[in-house]
Structures are given as C-alpha cells and as structure tokens.
Write a protein that binds this ligand. Structure first.
Ligand SMILES: NC(=O)c1ccc[n+]([C@@H]2O[C@H](COP(=O)([O-])OP(=O)(O)OC[C@H]3O[C@@H](n4cnc5c(N)ncnc54)[C@H](OP(=O)(O)O)[C@@H]3O)[C@@H](O)[C@H]2O)c1
Length: 287
C-alpha cells in the first residue's frame, strides 16, 4: 500500500484558511487518496514546539500564515533563495530525515496572477503598493524581480515602509522603492496594489479617492474575502480594470503543491471550487 503523506497549514487564527480546501480538492482531482492536508492552530509562542512535533510525526510539509512567516526563518535547516530574499517562509518541506527547507511562494503567486491580467513591462511603469506587512514583502520581491523600478510604497506606519525599502535596496540597488506616508487619495500611477488588510470583512475600510488615477490604471487588491473590496468597488465605478487576491492564493498554493508532490495543481478546477466555496458563482462576471 502507498505511504500516507500528511501536509498542513499553521497559523493563528487558522479557521478562515482556504488552503485545506484547495489542496484536498487537488488531491481528489488528481486521484491522490493517500495525501491529506489539515489546518493546525499554532500560537506564536508554541511555533518551535509545533515544528519539532511535525518533524517527529513524519509530516511531509506545511504552509504558514499570519503570524509565523518571519519567525520560521531561523528554524529552517536551509532556505530557498526567494525565502532568503523576502525574509519569510510560507512553505516548508520536511524530508524523511527531518531536515527542514523553507520556501516562499507568495512572490510567484502574486506575479503569476498579475500576469494573467496585465502583460505590460513593469520597467518604467509607475506602481503604487499599499502596505508594508508580510504580504507586501512577497509582492515587492515579485515586482522588483520583474524589473519594476518606479515603485512607491505607501504605509500607515511610514517607518515600516522605510525599513522595507531599505531591505530591498540591498538586493536591488538600481530599483529604489520610494516610501510614502498613508493617504486616501491615490494618484499618478498605472498599477495600484493593495497589500493591507483594509477591505477584509471586519476592517470597515474607508472608500479611497481615485479621481487622480490614470484612466488606464489597473487596481489589484490581494484581499479575496470579500471578493469585491471597497477599493475594487471604487475602481470599478471609475471603469478601471480590477483584480482580487484569489489568483495569488491559488498560484502560491499551486507552487507549494508542486514543490511537495512534483505534480501540477489543477488550477482551473481549484479556482472553480474556491469560487463556489466563497459563494461567488463567477468572479469573472462580477469583476
Ligand atoms: N491573496 C493572497 O494569497 C494573500 C497572501 C498573503 C496575504 N493576503 C492578505 O493580505 C493582507 C495583509 O496580510 P499581511 O500578512 O501583510 O498582514 P500584516 O503583516 O499584519 O500587515 C498588515 C498591513 O496592513 C496595514 N493596515 C492594517 N490595518 C490598516 C488600516 N486600518 N489602515 C491602513 N493600513 C492598515 C498595516 O499597516 P501598519 O504597518 O501601519 O500596521 C500593514 O501594512 C491580509 O488581508 C491577508 O489576508 C493575501
């Protein structure tokens, strides 16, 4: 009989995570009945203990979400170059000897989904990124690797934007990121990417003022629940092209799936399943 392979996702909170649904659906589609993916509620102070436990139990790998992505870095035996660049781990491979390798698939997930809707070169394009938290790191790494050299990084806590700009200046000295204080008025850019948690159901977001945005601007919000955030609703009202975070979620998961199993995630079926799970029959029609 084939060996059982167990994967999971750790976070606090974890009940909202769509990763178990996404990976289980992929196992079913690809007829991989010996693979299982579970949510694990792990508090920050018990992270090291949880990781030791997974190693001892022979768990094959896991994803990590808030608040563990950065704290996992020193617990790894080896880091993939992207995880090292970003300074955070969202995917861990545990080999049969218990050795831990940390990866970060957020930048891949973001860029793959962005490229599904936006094919222009990013060099010399004015890009505004909102937020300087964990998710912003993956988004910035992806944009910089794609050649973006005119990024403005806006954050409520300006010092966090400054620190992130400085971090990436070490790896991308010719593509400086310009930190900017938070403003509700967005102007002068072709691509807007929100990486803040503003717009999530319980956050009660202010409606942003988009009057000064270019008519051709594209607005991408990495939040996916609700599927249309106040930012995306305002952008649609102005007739701008919009995208939410479902594509990023799917592609970061697809990359982790491939790292663990060597198989390609059936993203079309997974996207459809997630839309149904989120109660949205067809995001394409909504967006
Ligand atoms: N689609 C995907 O695959 C994907 C992947 C990762 C994350 N996400 C989503 O991205 C969001 C952020 O995640 P994260 O890991 O980066 O969280 P995080 O590290 O906690 O960072 C939160 C960011 O949001 C800002 N923020 C929070 N409340 C705000 C408010 N009321 N006004 C203005 N800014 C506010 C914070 O600003 P301060 O620095 O001033 O606190 C910070 O920049 C979450 O909604 C998460 O679900 C989506």
């Amino acid at each position: 009989m084939e060996k059982t392979s167990i994967y999971g996702v750790i976070g606090d909170p974890i009940h909202h995570s769509l990763s178990p649904f996404m990976h289980q659906l992929a196992y079913t589609e690809l007829k991989m009945p010996n693979h299982h993916y579970l949510p694990f509620h792990v508090r920050a102070e018990r992270l090291a203990e949880a990781v030791h436990g997974m190693r001892a139990l022979g768990i094959a790998g896991f994803n990590a979400t808030i608040p563990h992505k950065e704290s996992l870095v020193p617990l790894m035996d080896a880091l993939d170059p992207m995880a090292e660049l970003i300074g955070a781990v969202n995917t861990v491979v545990i080999d049969p000897s218990g050795r831990l390798t940390g990866y970060n698939t957020d930048a891949y997930g973001f860029i793959t989904s962005l490229r599904e809707i936006f094919s222009d070169p990013l060099r010399d394009l004015d890009i505004l990124v909102q937020g300087a938290g964990g998710a912003a790191r993956g988004v910035l790494a992806g944009l910089l690797q794609e050649g973006a050299n005119r990024i403005t990084l806006m954050n409520r806590t300006l010092s966090r934007a400054e620190a992130l700009a400085e971090r990436f200046a070490r790896s991308f000295p010719d593509q400086p990121v310009r930190p900017l204080a938070w403003s509700n008025r967005l102007s002068g850019c072709r691509l807007v990417i929100n990486t803040t948690s503003l717009g999530m159901e319980d956050e009660g977001a202010e409606v942003p003022d988009l009057d000064d945005l270019e008519a051709e601007a594209v607005v991408y919000d990495i939040v996916y629940a609700p599927p249309v955030t106040p930012l995306l609703a305002a952008a649609r009202m102005r007739g701008l092209r919009v995208e939410n975070g479902l594509g990023m979620l799917i592609h970061q998961g697809a990359r982790a799936f491939e790292i663990w199993t060597g198989r390609v995630m059936p993203v079309v079926a997974v996207r459809q399943g997630l839309r149904e799970q989120l109660g949205v029959a067809s995001l394409g029609e909504i967006m």
